[in-house]
Write a protein that binds this ligand. Sequence first.
Ligand code: FNR
Length: 352
Amino acid sequence: MSFEPTASERAVRKDEHLDLAVRLHGQERPNAFDDVSFMHHALPGTATGLADTGTTVCGVRWEVPFYINAMTGGTQATAQVNAGLARAAAEAGVAIACGSQHIALREPERADGFQVIRREAPDAFVLANVGPTVTGEQALRAVEMLQADALQVHLNVAQELIMPEGDRDFRDWAGRIAAIADAVPVPVVAKEVGFGLSRRTIATLTQAGVDAVDVAGAGGTDFIAIENERRPHRDYSYLTGWGQSAVLCLLESLSGDDPVTLPVLASGGVRTPLDVVRALALGARAVGVSGHFLRTLVADGANTLRRELRSWTEHVRTLMTLLGAASVEQLRHTDVLVTGRTAEQARLLGVD
Ligand code: FNR
């Protein structure tokens, strides 16, 4: 049985998510990105000055191939987080997504906690964020609220099922996504929230008319663990770790003779510039980071986050040079080695 949460319950949940994401995942763990390594070539034949970190997402050139992925907004505490994230993003030239805007669609006085992103980052590429349960008209309002450049639609079935107040019926989600894609004038990016998009799901999303996907895989922020912590008996602890990694999603959807045609973004468990480059080398157009940047902001503030965003950009340039790649496109032609559990999973999926 599910029931519609009240406005204040939604607000409490927002604050709890933020707190739990920092508390539960404070330590960065080994994950599937560790299964990806590169063949080193001692004569790369390029120069750092030639390394172009730019990439094209939703028809727009981004100078930096990673972005701050969806997190939060709508309460006083989360508005402050959005302000800090946006200030750092603006100063470092990084794209930024806001968290789910459902709370502000229901209570318009909460819109400011999202609009702060546009105020702090007037020229940034900003992504609005809704779930598939909103109407086309609400999706349009979410985009207008932020003058967003694109709209993310989050797919969070695993989270909903573990949330006592979550949705239980997902039969019409694909149809609803199609209606949202029809209703908004900006590109639509369908994303998971940390459990991964399979090739089969991406095929359905392609049919629904989205413009890009973000596989948002497992290995970083785990919303089953977060929601389990909010349950009185924490009875779903055995389910943490559910889902597939971004690495496996990229291998499944982009390797082989018949890669998916939609542009694929990757996120979930990204900890370092090397993880960014690993995902780019596996074919991601750009790489999203939530938990890691949130922890930097909460621990050390917006200035430190800005410095980190800048230093990650420089490190990506360094790693591109080490790999002999002058562009993000060329990174896709480096010699990538996939080992361990990820290699075994890929083999079972028939990915070579
Ligand atoms: C999220 N994420 C998320 N995603 C989304 O589409 N809408 C949302 O409202 C939220 N809310 C949210 C809150 C917090 C506190 C975190 C940390 C994350 C999911 C996020 O965009 C991303 O898909 C996952 O967190 C996996 O990436 P990381 O955290 O492992 O880099």
